[in-house]
Design a protein around this ligand. Structure first.
Ligand code: SF4
Length: 92
């Protein structure tokens, strides 16, 4: 995917999550930890079949999305990826 794809958001036209409720990716208030884990696993299953995982994840990283599943990663997983990338940049 090119940088342009992330900038224009054209990739969203092909997003597999378009056919699903936002609740699957962002959850709702009062959700238990167990419910959250099950929901996130279902959302990741959709992402695993999505043709635009890469621009989706990069968009979330670039715009610092704090909530939800983007590109198949949770907020904590994206934060971890951000730290790994920062460490890799410092090491190079
Ligand atoms: S990777 Fe997941 S969240 Fe991103 S567009 Fe595809 S289905 Fe939606």
């Amino acid at each position: 995917m090119s940088v342009m794809d992330t900038e224009t958001l054209d990739w969203q036209d092909s997003a597999a999550c378009r056919e699903h409720s936002n609740l699957l990716f962002f959850g709702e208030e009062g959700e238990s930890e167990l419910e959250k884990q099950a929901r996130e696993a279902r959302a990741k299953g959709v992402c695993a079949r999505c043709p635009v995982t890469e621009p989706c994840l990069e968009f979330a990283m670039e715009t610092n999305q704090k909530y939800g599943i983007w590109g198949g990663l949770t907020d904590k997983e994206r934060a971890s990826l951000k730290r790994r990338r920062a460490r890799a940049r410092r090491a190079s």
